[in-house]
Ligand binder design. Structure first.
Ligand SMILES: [Zn+2]
Ligand SMILES: [Zn+2]
Length: 374
């Protein structure tokens, strides 16, 4: 598939996976967007982080790449004809290390305003794992039991600790409220992959961060509840974590993108170029991911069948063996849990206190999906 921008020029040639690529895109509304791919230090399945630079009531950068990658961002900016000091603001698409990791380095070197969704500002004081590792249901308890048993742990390192510390110290100059605009840029809150995920619309373009990606389906969060010490410090409108976490929320946020119609080109944060070719996508990609999760709900319900099944067996039935090797098991388990949570909520599945899954004999998720896609 080809792109539908007015023009796209390659300013610097891509490596096989897109590391270090710099593009100059001109939209149909004559906005110039520089797409700068910031390579990662080690191997990364998702590949480099694509950052985007454009003028909209000030020179605006979306994301900065992982911690330690500032020299690579600077290098890409130079190819586009800019230096750090030219940038007025950086907008964090969401609070994951491959997007906001280099922001603290960026603001140490240049006077740049930091913008992020206001829930980012409310949660940045805490290690994200304080929330994501909090067990709130029998199925989540079972997930951690199986992960521990198989020694599939969330990766930890001194670098991660340093990232969490620097993120806590970062000042958010402008906490973004839903549906703000800056010049021509319209900001949308699309939680689900992350509670603070933002998509941004400019002319025919939607910047999608990790919300919609080519080639891979973004990892949805599981349901969550804020621990009391965090909840106590949140404004009332943020206390209900159901609004920001879980697959159901993610699917609703995908629908927001689908509803913009097929003429919108998407600029994602990963895989825009991979294996020697571009992956141009439009809103149809959001519909495909939505459909993929719908089919997975049906598939999981079928695999549970008429009997009882445990989470590990169910996960091994859903994914191929090679997809669950080493630390990937936890990712596979949490993906299945996110789907089981919807099936349990609509009444298609029941989960016992000790985490055993059984079907109730109804398929209410089909109604849930058609209501979502209407
Ligand atoms: Zn992410
Ligand atoms: Zn990412």
């Amino acid at each position: 598939m080809d792109h539908r921008f007015k023009e796209l020029l390659v300013l610097r040639d891509a490596k096989e996976n897109g590391d270090g690529t710099v593009l100059k895109i001109t939209t149909k509304g004559d906005t110039v967007i520089h797409a700068i791919s910031v390579a990662r230090e080690g191997f990364s399945y998702t590949g480099p982080t694509w950052t985007y630079l454009f003028e909209s009531d000030g020179l605006t950068l979306i994301d900065a790449g992982e911690a330690g990658s500032l020299p690579r961002l600077e290098d890409g900016l130079a190819v586009a004809g800019f230096k750090l000091q030219d940038i007025d603001r950086v907008i964090i698409s969401h609070g994951h290390e491959d997007h906001d990791g280099a922001v603290s380095e960026l603001v140490e070197k240049a006077d740049i305003e930091v913008w992020a969704h206001e829930i980012y500002a409310h949660l940045q004081a805490y290690d994200p794992r304080t929330i994501s590792r909090r067990v709130i249901s029998p199925i989540q308890k079972e997930m951690w039991r199986v992960a521990d048993l198989n020694r599939s742990f969330p990766p930890t390192s001194p670098q991660r600790d340093e990232y969490v510390r620097r993120r806590q110290a970062l000042t958010i100059d402008h906490p973004i409220k839903a549906n703000e605009t800056i010049g021509k840029l319209e900001i949308l809150h699309t939680p689900g992959h992350s509670p603070d995920e933002l998509c941004m619309k400019l002319d025919e373009v939607i910047f999608t961060g990790d919300h919609v990606l080519p080639e891979i389906s973004p990892h949805p969060t599981m349901k969550a509840e804020f621990p009391p010490e965090i909840k106590a410090n949140l404004p009332d409108s943020y206390k209900d974590a159901d609004k920001w976490y879980g697959l159901s929320r993610y699917l609703q946020s995908l629908k927001i993108i689908v509803d913009f119609g097929p003429e919108r080109e998407l600029l994602p944060a990963h895989r825009y170029y991979n294996r020697g070719h571009f992956n141009f996508i439009n809103t149809e990609r959001a519909a495909i991911i939505l459909d993929h999760h719908g089919q997975r709900l049906t598939d999981i319900l079928e695999k549970v069948g008429a009997g009882e099944v445990n989470l590990e067996d169910l996960t091994r039935a859903v994914f191929a063996h090679r997809e669950l090797l080493s630390d990937n098991l936890l990712a596979g388990l949490s993906e299945v849990v996110a789907h089981v949570e919807i099936l349990e909520e609509v009444g298609d599945l029941e989960v016992s206190e000790d985490g055993v899954i059984s079907a109730t004999g109804v398929s209410n998720h089909l109604g849930f999906l058609s209501a979502l896609q209407a």
